[in-house]
Design a protein around this ligand. Structure first.
Ligand code: GLN
Length: 481
């Protein structure tokens, strides 16, 4: 049986009786056991997955109503809560944390008869872009295991590209769905801010982050969005999308659409192979009837600085609860005064999270807020104005997802600023709340390159249509695993 199929193909095969869910899940679990020792996408496995598959097969046989996932194997980033399941955020602080409730996305997928095969690796608390900051060790890129898979949703991207599941959910605060999707040659999609509930996603910088799917195809991303989008009383930033069907009309094409190529995202520091893939994508889109023209968003040059100032500030507040009292308890308060107690408790956090928390205490503090935090908020609003102006002229914006190819594990771990700068093309969509998607586009020296499309808020349907049109022009080799 072939497990190298799309999510939609899986549902068709099960529906038509060609595939038993039990066989598919058993084979998927076998694949995980066979290759994950080397790739390390998973932090924990669902030992009941095969039993759950048997139940779904029974349900199908009995003619009972069955959910749209038909027992589809899905992996979940380990910062999204599944009730009664370990949710570590790849941190020692939450090593023993068992989630007491389901995230809204999990509730919705359970209702559709999804099977969660396991929880997947990330940079600790989703801070990073290589999964090297996981407290449980890095994941490896299936295209070449000496290289990082990207991050922070690295485990999600690896598990999709190495056929350890058919789809995954990650989270994207500044690129964490799109970056690993680009590095591992999967689709990675961050919807409009508010389209998917964040209830049960452990917050890093909640004013800009979204849960998003990583999938083999754009159609699969649209399928996943159909299942998990919509208003949620538990997250008051969610938007009513009127039960939009994102799959319907996915083949509309992009004839007559205007696409702006963001100048600041194809300039300094871009690798030649990434630039040439981008140029190639532009000519393909023109071939499909779109018009492409360069557009300048000059606030992009301050976007990374603004992003790290804002996210560190939110992280400083969101992570204050990890104090060895409510979470991560393993020593008693007796015999400590406040500072030495907190100092010892916080030692369970790794170097990157510690760096962000120190920064997050400093930049919004009295006497400094005007220079840093408030300035960052001004950049955010100016950038939003610039991108909104661009959308008066263009339907979509384009850039490479990441300006460089995947790099070697260990190569940049001691250079946090170099790592921050790699986010230059992804953070704009988060700071402005716009939907953005990474489409697998090319392979250079055996390493993947993704192209990013960005649309205006709530134009997710158009974004997916355009991404699907571009995807259809691409034929890539199979991942060498
Ligand atoms: N690399 C970025 C950061 O470290 C993005 C992370 C994310 O999107 N979660 O903050």
């Amino acid at each position: 049986m072939n497990i190298k199929i799309s999510a939609l193909q899986f549902t068709r095969d099960v529906k038509s009786g060609n595939v038993s869910v039990e066989d598919f899940i058993a084979k998927t679990m076998e694949q995980i056991k066979k290759i994950d020792g080397n790739l390390h996408a998973f932090l924990s496995l669902n030992e009941k997955a095969v039993d759950q598959a048997k139940e779904i097969d029974k349900k199908i046989k009995s003619g009972a109503k069955i959910g749209q996932c038909f027992g589809m194997p899905i992996s979940i980033k380990d910062n999204i809560c599944i009730k009664d399941t370990k949710t570590t955020c790849a941190s020692k602080m939450l090593e023993n944390f068992i989630a007491p409730y389901d995230a809204t996305v999990i509730t919705k997928l359970k209702q559709q008869d999804a099977i969660f095969v396991g929880k997947v690796n990330l940079d600790e608390f989703a801070m990073g872009l290589s999964t090297e900051f996981s407290a449980y060790g890095p994941s490896k890129n299936p295209w070449n295991t000496d290289y990082v898979p990207g991050g922070s949703s690295g485990g999600s991207a690896v598990s999709v590209s190495a056929f350890e599941c058919v789809a995954s959910l990650g989270s994207d605060t500044g690129g964490s769905v799109r970056n690993p999707a680009s590095f591992c040659s999967t689709v990675g999609y961050k919807p409009t801010y508010g389209l998917i509930s964040r209830y049960g996603l452990i917050s890093y910088a909640n004013s800009i982050e979204q849960i998003g799917p990583l999938t083999r195809t754009v159609e699969d991303a649209a399928f996943m969005l159909n299942l998990i989008a919509g208003i949620d009383p538990n997250d008051n930033t969610t938007i009513d999308n009127n039960n939009e069907d994102y799959l319907k009309e996915i083949n509309s094409g992009i004839e007559g659409k205007k696409i702006g190529i963001i100048k600041e995202m194809i300039g300094e520091g871009i690798e030649p192979s990434v630039l040439s893939a981008t140029k190639d994508a532009i000519s393909k889109l023109e071939g499909l009837g779109a018009t492409c023209e360069e557009v300048s968003l000059d606030m992009v040059k301050y976007s990374v600085a603004a992003y790290y100032t804002i996210t560190a500030t939110e992280a400083g507040s969101n992570l204050a609860r990890y104090d060895n009292l409510r979470y991560g308890y393993d020593f008693s308060v007796e015999g400590y005064e406040f500072n030495s107690y907190i100092e010892k408790a916080r030692k369970k956090l790794g170097p990157e999270v510690t760096r962000r928390m120190i920064l997050g205490g400093f930049v919004p503090s009295a006497g400094h807020a005007g220079k840093y935090f408030l300035k960052a908020l001004k950049v955010k609003s100016k950038l939003t104005k610039q991108i909104n102006d661009a959308f008066k002229k263009f339907d979509l914006l384009l850039s490479p997802t990441v300006p460089i190819l995947p790099f070697k594990i260990g190569e940049k771990i001691n250079d946090p600023v170099a790592l921050f700068l790699i986010d230059i093309n992804t953070v704009t969509a988060n700071l402005t709340g716009k939907p953005a998607i990474s489409i697998p586009y090319a392979i250079s020296n055996g390493l993947p390159i993704g192209i990013q499309l960005i649309a205006n808020s709530m134009n997710d349907k158009l974004l997916l249509q355009a991404a699907h049109a571009l995807e259809k022009t691409v034929k890539l080799p199979e991942v060498p695993i």
